[in-house]
Design a protein around this ligand. Structure first.
Ligand SMILES: Cc1cc2nc3c(=O)[nH]c(=O)nc-3n(C[C@H](O)[C@H](O)[C@H](O)COP(=O)(O)OP(=O)(O)OC[C@H]3O[C@@H](n4cnc5c(N)ncnc54)[C@H](O)[C@@H]3O)c2cc1C
Length: 400
């Protein structure tokens, strides 16, 4: 029986021939962080500081940030390739979340921030010196973002923020949060997204209380409840136009979808490679279990699903770069949907191949399986993507 390539199937997908140099550089860096490192970080809920610093030192963190703001001046395609390789290294979403979280604010700050904000924030993000989290979701406003109630009111020269966010990833490790707050309520005949504003808030400010949410997985980076009680924020911290924050945010969402899609392809590759290897190693009834078609076919189907999803992702990235962040909505959504579903199928198929050992922490497959479930619901659930396709592509009535 011939041996498949086992290092995350790194030569088995056509898209991996693109940006080969950067992919190889990421693989080399990630090789220093093995499965035991990620298992410990996940099990003990320890932020992977060494990995984060190595990622910054290798200038991957600043890849997307223009050179004039201290970054590498790379493209979204570069970042997508970097994140896919990080996930495929076995670091999975634990590794990816530790680095991508602080990058989510970058498109909004670049597009809508003041020059002073750009010069203050972006070089420090690129260097790994400033960690900015993304504070949108609230206990009663997840999918329906326009229902958020965290408020900022101008009292004298200062905004006073009150409210609560939930699932704020990285808040414990973070320095600032890019916070979506309500400043006014739109009239019945106005657009639902009006009245919301983005602002940068220090996470160590008086009145901010951070409480990690116990999670079933992806524990290297805590996701937290964050409470704001009379928190003072200077008007200079507002990003973009007051009342337009929801629309500014839309500017960041497509790149986030592309990042997450790439991460799930990497996750799927890691699971598939591990399952293929185990299929050769594990002998039952006197022969390798991978000799059975019942073991082979789910893995082969998984490979095809990942192959197809990765090609759609490539198209989405190309369209994003050619036409800008807002124009690539349908393909970015399609990529996030297809990649996350393919990754879920891949980790599930891998679990079956590992049999009882799928539950042993000795193997990373269980960790990847739990992680693969997350991108189907966050940052946006796949039902909302279908709603969007039904409405925007098929012309059906808006359902939400
Ligand atoms: C680990 C983790 C990290 C996260 N990190 C962040 C972060 O850093 N910052 C942040 O702001 N948020 C974060 N989130 C929040 C995430 O974006 C939300 O969980 C997500 O948007 C869904 O919101 P919800 O959980 O309130 O689900 P709900 O809005 O309660 O929806 C529940 C389910 O109902 C279904 N549903 C809802 N509405 C419709 C509809 N109209 N049509 C069809 N189906 C529908 C969907 O299946 C959906 O999954 C994170 C979440 C998790 C789990």
């Amino acid at each position: 029986m011939s041996q498949p390539a086992l290092d995350s199937l790194s030569d088995k997908f056509p898209h991996l021939e693109e940006r080969l140099e950067v992919r190889q550089a990421v693989r080399k860096m990630c090789a220093k962080f093995d499965a035991a490192y990620w298992d410990r970080s996940d099990l003990d809920h320890i932020f992977p500081e060494e990995f984060f610093q190595a990622f910054a030192a290798a200038e991957f963190l600043g890849s997307l940030i223009p050179e004039e703001y201290g970054g590498g001046g790379g493209t979204t395609a570069d970042m997508v390739a970097i994140l896919e390789e990080v996930a495929a290294s076995g670091g999975g979403l634990n590794a990816c979340s530790s680095v991508h979280t602080t990058l989510l604010c970058v498109p909004s700050i670049l597009a809508f921030g003041t020059e002073e904000q750009r010069r203050d924030i972006l070089p420090r993000i690129a260097a790994g010196e400033l960690y900015v989290t993304f504070g949108v979701t609230e206990p009663d406003a997840g999918t329906d973002t326009t229902k958020i109630t965290t408020r900022a009111e101008l009292q004298g020269d200062t905004y006073i923020v009150n409210g609560a966010k939930v699932w704020n990833t990285g808040a414990q490790r973070g320095d600032q949060v890019l916070l979506l707050v309500r400043m006014s309520t739109p009239a019945a005949d106005e657009r639902r997204g009006l009245g919301l504003t983005l602002m940068l808030v220090d996470l160590d400010a008086a009145g901010v209380d951070i409480r990690p949410i116990p999670k079933i997985g992806r524990n290297s980076v805590a996701s937290c409840e964050v409470f704001f009680h009379d928190v003072e924020v200077e008007p200079s911290r507002v990003v973009g136009e007051v009342g337009q924050g929801f629309y500014h945010l839309l500017h960041s969402l497509n790149s986030e979808r592309l990042f997450v899609a790439a991460e799930t392809i990497g996750l799927g590759r890691a699971a598939l490679a591990a399952a293929a290897r185990y299929g050769i190693e594990r002998v039952v009834f006197g022969r390798a279990i991978g000799t059975n078609q019942a073991v082979q076919h789910p893995l082969a189907r998984t490979y095809l699903d990942l192959l197809a999803a990765a090609e759609v992702l490539g198209r989405a990235v190309a369209q994003y770069e050619a036409r800008g962040p807002r124009a690539a909505g349908t393909l970015a959504n399609a990529a996030k949907y297809l990649c996350s579903e393919a990754a879920c199928a891949a980790t599930d198929a891998a679990m079956q191949v590992f049999g009882g050992y799928s539950f042993a922490r000795e193997y990373p497959v269980g960790r990847l399986w739990i992680e693969s479930r997350l991108p189907r619901v966050a940052p946006v659930n796949n039902q909302m993507i279908l709603n969007h396709i039904a409405e925007q592509t098929l012309g059906l009535p808006r359902s939400y």
